[in-house]
Ligand binder design. Structure first.
Ligand code: PLP
Length: 391
């Protein structure tokens, strides 16, 4: 093997600064090297703001982080290998032994499971259902250090009065964390209402094509630096630069996709709300007066994830309904092109459903990018087969 061959194989980047790609480079490297020992010492002292090792920082991921920080109106963003990577790193950093975390309404289940797992480190958790935001006061403890919520919430899609929460929390030195995945960073700007940390699963709308898993945490620099140091560096949920690049690509079409879904979801919900075989639809668009006030205050558009309960809880009918859908696929996650259904009942989790106030026939539906009329027809034909014709 010649030295020339070795040089080619070493693939050291020699960008000459004379090209301007439409799409950013993917810096697919695990580590970085330096001309001098002094340079290495300098960057090693501040790994969060330099490139040393991709488990910490990477130029492609940095492009994504800077874009997300700008979108949220935050000082800094850190991207993770998954939404759960982002959530666990945040709670791991913010909480310590003896602290209490209050989780409001129906939060993404795995986030609650993680918080409950922290009980072995002497951190206590309460997940409570509240209708009125101010009801949270009754659940605050002397040692409450974090209030964690989604607005709208998973499964029931109820909004909370965010400014009420942040005003209350600030007076008591409590940090507030919101998972804003449902609205995307386009339709909801929680940091502008005083929230300390906003989290997104990039696996949903931002990725947008069901082909990546990722997460993001955005907020003030001091909090983000702490989350980098402890939650990201130590737990190691590092996103691949290629997935960061796919998320950057997803961002380019996010406004067009979200605007489409904002319109399409209204069409689908208008049709389904007239259907006698559906007992209840959970989505802010169909909510009552007090929720409408919160929508006006906080949301500039609607996400397309919603839930339904059927007129009865007959499991056989539910199975027939799900199996009769032709366009809407059965599967977890959401935010991509394809519409999806996910029944809450897994055959062995009645107790968990009761705890979350969900009926056996509760199903989460994600409206994807297909023509909304196609999805309405698909749901209606499956309802015809499982529950009989609408009257
Ligand atoms: N937050 C919400 C609202 C979710 O639906 C999910 C999804 O699965 C997560 C967080 C977790 O994100 P990820 O699957 O990227 O870990």
């Amino acid at each position: 093997m010649s030295r020339f061959d070795e040089d080619i194989c070493s693939a050291i980047s020699r960008a000459d600064g004379n090209y301007f790609p439409m799409s950013p480079d993917i810096t697919m490297t695990s580590s970085f090297h330096y001309e001098t020992y002094e340079e290495f010492l300098e960057v090693s002292l501040d790994e969060k703001n330099n490139y040393v090792y991709t488990r910490g920082t990477n130029p492609t991921t940095k492009i994504l982080e800077d874009k997300l920080a700008l979108l949220e109106g935050g000082e800094k963003c850190k991207v993770f290998a998954s939404g759960m990577g982002a959530i666990s790193a945040t709670l791991f950093t913010l909480l310590q032994a003896g602290d209490h975390i209050l989780m409001l309404n129906t939060i993404y289940g795995e986030a609650v499971a993680f918080a409950k797992y922290l009980e072995k480190f002497d951190i206590t958790v309460d997940r409570v259902d509240i209708d009125k935001t101010s009801d949270l006061v009754g659940h605050i403890k002397e040692n409450t250090k974090v209030i964690y919520f989604e607005s709208p919430s998973t499964q029931k899609f109820q909004l909370l009065d965010i400014e009420w929460i942040t005003n209350f929390a600030k007076k008591r030195g409590i940090k507030t964390v919101i998972d804003g995945t449902w609205s995307s960073p386009l339709f909801h700007k929680p940091l502008s209402h005083g929230v300390d940390i906003v989290i997104h699963s990039l696996s949903k709308y931002i990725g947008g094509h069901s082909d990546i898993v990722g997460g993001a945490v955005t907020g003030k620099k001091d909090l983000l630096d702490a989350i980098f140091e402890h939650g990201h560096q130590s737990l190691g949920a590092t996103i691949s630069p290629f997935n960061s690049w796919l998320a950057i690509r997803g961002l380019r079409t996010l406004p067009v996709r979200m605007n489409h879904l904002d319109q399409a979801i209204r069409i689908v919900l208008d049709a389904l709300s007239k259907d006698s075989r559906i007992n209840h639809i959970y989505h802010p668009y169909l909510s009552g007066v007090s929720q409408q006030e919160l929508i006006q205050k906080y949301l500039s558009g609607f996400g397309s994830l919603f839930s339904i309960d059927m007129i009865d809880d007959d499991f056989e009918k539910l199975i027939t309904f799900v199996n009769s859908l032709n366009i809407v696929s059965l599967g977890v996650s959401w935010g991509g092109f394809e519409s999806l259904v996910l029944p809450a009942y897994k055959g062995n989790n009645l107790e968990k459903l009761a705890e979350r106030g969900l009926k056996t026939s509760h199903m989460r539906i994600y409206l994807g990018m297909e023509n909304p009329q196609t999805i309405i027809s698909d749901i209606q034909q499956a309802l015809d087969i499982a529950y009989g014709k609408d009257n």
